[in-house]
Design a binder for this molecule. Structure first.
Ligand code: AMP
Ligand code: MG
Length: 438
C-alpha cells in the first residue's frame, strides 16, 4: 500500500475543477510524431514545415475549353468579321506532345491542358463557331465531340488579350514557398494542398488510442436481458463515442466486474494498446469501489493514481494518475452516467486533445440567458446542469434536474450550464456561461 500517506493527505483537501484539470494537463505531452498517409492524418497536427517542391500549376494551362491562339491573330475579331484560324490539332488535359502554333493557326484546347508553344491566349469555345461554321449552339456540341480534324477552321468572334484564360505556372504556389507551417491542423483543404504538391505522407502527432472500460458487477451488455438488480452498461458506450468524437481511436473494453484481480489483469492487458485509459465507476467510498481500492494501492513500480474530491457537481470523486512501465495517463471517472460523461467532457477530452498536440483542447463556452430559474445549487461547488441552447435566441433552458442518473436529459441537451461555486441560485433571465457540446 505504497503512497497511503500521500493518498490520505490528498483526500483531505477538495480540488477545484481548474486545479484538477491543470494537474491532468501538466502531466500530458503530445504523442511522439509519426509519419502517416495523408488520409490517416486528417484532424491531426502537422509537426513539420512543408515547403512546396514544384510550382503549382506546374505548367501554363488553359482555364477554359476553347482554342489556344496568338492574341495578335484575334485582336480585330468581331461578330461580323471573325478571325478565321486553321486548327492544327487538339490538346487535352494530360497531353504530353504539344503542337507549336504559327501565325494564323489555333489548337483546340481543354481545361487544364498545357498551353502549346507559340500560343499566348485562349479563346473560350463560346466566343467561336467551334469549328463548325455554324452558330453557338452547334459550337458547344462540337466541342465535346471527337477530336477536331486538323486542317479545319475555327471562326473567332471576339478578341482575347495576351494571357487571357491562361493559368500561369506558379500562379498558385512557387517552388520553395512555405505551404503549411508546423502546428497546422490538417482539414480537408490542407490535405488537398499536400496531395497537390505531391506529398503522400506527413509527420503528425497521431490520434491517441483510448481504452475505455466500465466497472460494476451490475452491468450487462446492451442487447442482453437484465436479471434482478442489473442494468445495461451505458457508460462504456457513451465514453467510447465521446473519445472518438474528441479525435481519438477508441477501444471499448466493456464492463469489468467489481473484483480487484479482474480489474488489475484487464488493465495490465490493455496497457499495451493504450495512450490513455478511462475507467468508469468504483471511485467513491462504497464497499465495492474496486477501482479506487485497486489503483490507490499500486506499487511505485506499477504507477500512481490519486483519488480526490472535486468541488464539482456532478463528478465529485475523480481519480487520475500514470500507470504501467510507460506511465500511461489513466482517468478514473465516477460511475453515474451523467457524472462520467460530464467528467469526460471536462477532463478527458482536453487530455485527448493535448495528446494530439491540438492548439485548442477545450469545448467552447459562451454566455447565454437562462430561461428558467435554477434553485438551490450547492454552495462551494461548480455545478454543471444539462441545458438546451438556442443559438439564435442566445438562451439556454435547463433539461431535466440535477440528478446524475438522468441519462435521457443528457441525451436531449446540447450544452452544460455552469453554475459557479459561490452561486446558489440563478434567477430566470440571468446570464450564465455554458459549455457547448457541439
Ligand atoms: P459507482 O460509481 O460504481 O458506484 O456507480 C454509481 C452509479 O452509476 C451506480 O448506480 C451504478 O450502477 C451506475 N453505473 C456505474 N457504471 C455504469 C455503467 N457503465 N453504465 C451505467 N450505469 C453505471
Ligand atoms: Mg460501481
Amino acid at each position: 500500500m505504497n503512497g497511503t500517506t500521500d493518498q490520505t493527505r490528498h483526500q483531505d483537501r477538495v480540488w477545484s475543477v481548474a486545479e484538477h484539470l491543470d494537474d491532468v494537463l501538466s502531466k500530458i505531452d503530445p504523442l511522439d510524431p509519426i509519419e502517416l498517409q495523408l488520409l490517416d492524418a486528417q484532424g491531426c497536427v502537422l509537426v513539420e514545415d512543408i515547403t512546396v517542391p514544384v510550382a503549382l500549376p506546374p505548367f501554363d494551362n488553359s482555364s477554359m475549353d476553347g482554342y489556344a491562339v496568338r492574341a495578335a491573330d484575334v485582336a480585330d475579331a468581331t461578330e461580323s468579321a471573325p478571325a478565321v484560324l486553321t486548327v492544327i490539332g487538339d490538346v487535352a488535359a494530360g497531353s504530353g506532345e504539344l503542337p507549336g502554333i504559327e501565325p494564323g493557326q489555333a489548337v483546340r484546347i481543354m481545361t487544364g491542358a498545357p498551353m502549346p508553344p507559340g500560343a499566348d491566349a485562349v479563346v473560350p469555345v463560346e466566343w467561336t463557331d467551334g469549328g463548325t461554321g455554324q452558330g453557338p449552339a452547334a459550337t458547344m456540341r462540337a466541342h465535346s465531340a471527337a477530336p477536331q480534324d486538323a486542317g479545319g477552321e475555327v471562326r473567332v468572334h471576339r478578341p482575347a488579350a495576351a494571357g487571357a484564360h491562361i493559368r500561369a505556372r506558379g500562379s498558385d504556389v512557387t517552388e520553395g514557398e512555405p505551404a503549411l507551417r508546423a502546428g497546422t491542423v490538417l482539414g480537408p483543404s490542407q490535405i488537398g494542398l499536400l496531395a497537390a504538391i505531391g506529398r503522400g505522407t506527413v509527420r503528425v502527432h497521431p490520434r491517441p488510442r483510448v481504452v475505455v472500460l466500465s466497472t460494476g458487477s451490475e452491468l450487462v451488455q446492451p442487447g442482453e436481458a437484465l436479471g434482478p438488480g442489473q442494468i445495461h452498461d451505458s457508460n462504456s458506450f457513451q465514453l467510447t463515442a465521446a473519445a472518438r468524437d474528441a479525435g481519438a481511436i477508441a477501444y471499448r473494453v466493456g464492463a469489468v466486474a467489481d473484483d480487484a484481480e479482474t480489474l488489475r489483469s484487464t488493465l495490465e492487458d490493455q496497457l499495451i494498446r493504450a495512450d490513455i485509459l478511462v475507467t468508469s465507476g468504483g471511485v467513491s467510498v462504497g464497499a465495492y469501489d474496486v477501482v479506487k481500492e485497486t489503483l490507490a494501492a499500486l506499487s511505485a513500480e506499477e504507477g500512481t493514481v490519486e483519488f480526490r474530491r472535486l468541488a464539482m457537481q456532478p463528478g465529485k470523486p475523480q481519480g487520475f494518475g500514470l500507470i504501467g512501465p510507460d506511465r500511461i495517463p489513466l482517468l478514473a471517472l465516477p460511475g453515474n452516467p451523467v457524472s462520467s460523461y460530464v467528467s469526460f467532457e471536462l477532463f478527458v477530452r482536453p487530455a485527448i486533445r493535448a495528446l494530439m498536440g491540438l492548439p485548442e483542447v477545450h469545448r467552447p463556452t459562451t454566455p447565454a440567458k437562462c430561461t428558467e430559474a435554477v434553485a438551490s445549487s450547492p454552495k462551494g461547488k461548480r455545478q454543471f446542469l444539462r441545458g438546451s441552447y438556442d443559438a439564435e435566441a442566445g438562451t439556454v433552458t435547463p433539461v431535466g434536474g440535477a440528478g446524475s442518473h438522468l441519462i435521457k436529459a443528457m441525451a436531449h441537451a446540447n450544452a452544460l450550464i455552469i453554475v459557479p461555486e459561490d452561486t446558489t441560485e440563478v434567477p430566470a433571465g440571468a446570464e450564465v456561461d455554458i459549455v457547448l457540446l457541439g
